[in-house]
Ligand binder design. Structure first.
Ligand SMILES: [Mg+2]
Ligand SMILES: [Zn+2]
Length: 186
């Protein structure tokens, strides 16, 4: 079984705000995050993005835009020799405007559906894996999947949260700091 680092996209890997980023011209990495991904690659971690994309359900942008954005992100990462192994996202919302996405699904964080899916599809040992996020729902999804959890002080956390509102294994300044912690503790 393999060890993974699960990470949220918006506010962890890429800049948030803008909230509901979906156009390629809104794609901007948080400084150091591509290098952090490359360090995980070199150290044998499977890198998996797990992202809530309720903007699709809310009708803010079509699902295709998410795929185009993600492809552009992967292309930019490749330029420095970094790669994401798998990207999962949840397009659902229980009160979606668009009917086909109106589902009380098990993949929308804080539910751990995307992490459980990786466990099955990619043979991941969740107990030896980490979840990195900027919101309570990321950390909660990680805990429910029995992963270790790291909160970053970027993205949503920079605007809204206080560190003491959440319990997790480590609070990091950013993704790069989070990855240094993970590599030192494993
Ligand atoms: Mg986020
Ligand atoms: Zn879902």
């Amino acid at each position: 079984m393999k060890r993974a680092v699960f990470l949220d996209r918006d506010g962890v890997l890429t800049q948030e705000p803008p909230h509901y980023a979906h156009r390629v011209d809104e794609l901007e990495f948080i400084p150091g995050s591509p290098e952090a991904i490359r360090m995980l690659n070199k150290n044998g971690y499977v890198v998996i993005v797990v992202s809530n994309q309720s903007g699709i359900a809310r009708g803010y942008y079509p699902e295709e835009d998410t795929d185009i954005f993600n492809q552009a992100m992967e292309k930019k990462l490749a330029e420095i020799g970094a790669h994401i192994d798998t990207i999962y996202y949840c397009p659902h919302h229980p009160e979606a405007i668009i009917e086909k996405y109106r589902v009380d699904c098990d993949c929308r964080k804080p539910r751990p559906g995307m992490l459980k899916r990786a466990e099955k599809e990619l043979n991941i040992d969740l107990k030896k894996s980490f979840m990195i996020g900027d919101r309570w729902s990321d950390i909660e999804a990680g805990k429910r999947a029995e992963c270790k959890t790291v909160m970053v002080r970027t993205g949503y956390n920079l605007e809204k949260l206080k560190d003491n509102e959440i319990t997790c294994d480590y609070v990091a300044n950013d993704l790069f700091d989070a990855v240094e912690y993970i590599l030192n503790s494993s």
